[in-house]
Design a protein around this ligand. Structure first.
Ligand code: F6R
Length: 611
């Protein structure tokens, strides 16, 4: 998730663009850059670091001109560095591109271009766009871009300018958000409303697959591939800047909950071979043989990331039959873990800077053990120190309570488990293909759950109003995800809750169940369904108020519980990434109903860099 700004008009483009980028730093802040059409042609400046560094860099040598594009980066392909910063230019420096999102087939395009002699200076997927456009250019930038996007697969938004047509900016949206601002003799591009709000409140919101051509005389919107004109109503923005930063949502947490379909898509997209319905992990440096040789794994992490690890344990063991132990990072390093040369340690960290996780990683490395990191921040300490990294492409997570990072961590680990099982031959091609089909549906199914958000507000009121204690129960994978549901509720609503393996309740905790104590029970695992229902009956008999979670069509559960939340049907093994969504919303509504600060819960920090 990066920030894009573009401007064409009569003001100093560099000032407008950098001013807009400052408002988008919440979308990414590891490097920044700007390109301006000067009287000497296309010029640009870019640097690793925050936007302030770019401004410092430009002090006394401002790029003079009234057309420009700029970018603030949240690294995906390639670490934060000057070379990987945007804008990216082609070899002749006549075309400049800023990009948000992922080009899934960039490696194939890159190889084709390399064969034609194009040389690449960065590790990014974006640079291929600049070279591709230069390669295809036929004197008409609009037609060229239309052609180029037919060759690019992925979810992205682009801002493009060329010295050959200096009075024009091109904006393209495919999945990643993009807006175009309307001015008098000027026009703007922004990947979010705050980027341009200080200049205009009248905008067009581009839909998926649309292109806008911006000149000083106006804005033309068309279907990107066909060129067919599109009529769009003006969207007048009444929000203030803070509301705009949250995309109109009340909080970053709610915004991030809603970003999950996109984040999931980005995390899965380029790692699926659609033709063969299999998983590819090109980022792994170790060979298939090396990977297949591991006979034992530790997953080490903290909090929500550790909960994603609990889901992964079940999945890896089921798909590959390799034993996996999940360890809390703060405990792991002090317990003298058993390492052999066939042990793989997987560390999970959204921030990549959590002190306990980093210490656990170093402990493993000290013993010569291979470490694979799952991280959301390219170039983070965990990512740098691990032997291997699989990134979750969730984009920056601002709210303290992790939501989209959890679902993307889980998905990255599903992909890893599937990949490993392909290598080891522990699952058949058909079984993997079936999982791939269902995995690809998860983003849209998540969007469906989010569309019914209002019903969760009512459920949250019924279950949490006036409540001080609450229980979550489930078995197997359902139990793993209840731990995350319970943590989410605790940290933002301050309601005490506990997650229990449903069968374990009767060994002590059942004593806490009395009239109207809410119990939230997950029952998505068919082979455990009857057992879970028996446990629900046990708590009901003690007076509990019960809320069940089941797959759509599983109407059996409704006969036992007081209230049911249905999630779209998927394979039982994939259920955690869907059942967690209503649990995130439950926690969110419980918190807002109590008037609490959802984004900044008391006593907590986003990244815990102390032991
Ligand atoms: C809870 C939450 C924390 C983090 C934990 C690890 O919502 O966000 O429990 O998951 O502090 O953080 P990372 O993943 O950055 O290592």
């Amino acid at each position: 998730m990066c920030g894009i700004v573009g401007y064409i008009g009569h003001k100093a483009a560099q000032d407008v663009v950098i001013g807009g980028l400052r408002k988008l730093e919440y979308r990414g802040y590891d490097s920044a850059g700007v390109a301006v059409m000067t009287e000497h042609g296309l010029d640009h400046a870019k640097t690793k670091g925050r936007i302030a560094m770019l401004e410092e860099h430009l002090e006394g040598k401002a790029l003079q001109g009234t057309v420009g594009i700029g970018h603030t980066r949240w690294a995906t392909h390639g670490k934060p560095s000057n070379e990987n910063s945007h804008p990216h230019l082609d070899a002749t420096r006549k075309f400049a591109v800023v990009h948000n999102g992922i080009i899934e087939n960039y490696l194939t395009i890159k190889e084709d271009l390399q064969k034609k002699g194009y040389e690449f200076v960065s590790e990014t997927d974006t640079e291929v766009i600049a070279h591709l456009i230069a390669d295809l250019y036929n004197g008409d930038i609009e037609a060229t871009v239309r052609k180029a996007i037919t060759m690019m697969r992925g979810a992205y938004a682009l801002g493009i300018m060329t010295e050959y047509e200096p009075n024009k900016l091109i904006a393209v949206r495919l999945a990643s958000p993009l807006i175009v601002g309307i001015g008098e003799g000027e026009a703007y591009i922004g990947s979010d409303i705050p980027a341009i709000l200080e200049h205009t409140r009248d905008m067009y919101i581009l839909n998926e697959g649309e292109m806008a051509v911006l000149t000083r005389d106006g804005i033309e919107i068309t279907v990107a591939e066909s060129g067919e004109p599109v009529e769009r109503d003006i969207f007048h923005v009444d929000w203030d800047l803070v509301q705009a930063e949250k995309g109109g949502y009340d909080s970053f947490m709610l915004k991030e909950i809603h970003e999950q379909p996109q984040a999931m898509h980005d995390t899965i997209g380029s790692r699926i071979d659609l033709e063969h319905k299999s998983v590819v992990l090109p980022e792994l440096k170790m060979s298939a043989e090396q990977l297949a040789a591991f006979d034992r794994m530790y997953i080490v992490a903290c909090g929500t990331s550790m909960h994603a690890g609990l889901v992964a344990k079940e999945v890896i063991e089921k798909l590959t039959r390799i034993p996996v132990e999940v360890a809390i990072a703060s405990e792991f390093r002090y317990r003298d873990p058993i390492f052999t040369e066939k042990t793989l340690v997987i560390v999970i960290s959204q921030s990549g800077e959590t002190a306990d996780t980093l210490a656990a990683l170093r402990e493993a490395k000290k013993h010569g053990v291979t470490v694979l990191a799952i991280s959301n921040v390219v170039g983070s300490s965990v990512a740098r120190e691990a032997d291997e990294v699989i990134y979750t492409w969730a984009g920056p997570e601002v709210a303290v309570a992790s939501t989209k990072a959890y679902t993307c961590q889980s998905l990255a680990l599903y992909l890893f488990a599937m990949y490993l099982s392909q290598i080891k031959g522990t699952q058949t091609k058909e079984q993997i293909a079936e999982m791939v089909d269902h995995l690809l549906e998860i983003p849209a199914q998540t969007a469906t759950i989010l569309e019914n958000e209002a019903s969760l507000r009512e459920v949250a009121a019924k279950v949490t109003e006036g409540v001080q204690n609450l229980f979550f129960i489930g078995r197997g994978l359902d139990y793993a995800v209840t731990l995350e549901g319970s943590l989410k509720l605790k940290e933002i609503s301050y309601i005490h809750s506990e997650a229990y393996a449903a069968g374990e309740l009767k060994h002590g905790t059942l004593a806490l169940i009395e009239d109207n104590v809410p119990v939230i029970a997950l029952a998505t695992q068919p082979e455990l369904f009857d057992k879970t229902v028996s446990n629900i009956v046990e708590v009901k008999a003690r007076g509990a108020y019960t809320l069940g979670f089941a797959f759509e069509g599983d109407t059996e559960l409704a006969k036992t519980v007081d209230e049911v939340v249905y999630v779209p049907r998927t394979l039982p093994i994939l259920s955690p990434v869907l059942t967690v969504i209503p649990m995130q919303l439950l926690a969110y509504f419980a918190s807002t109903a109590r008037g609490l600060d959802v984004d900044k819960p008391r006593n907590l920090a986003k990244s815990v860099t102390v032991e």
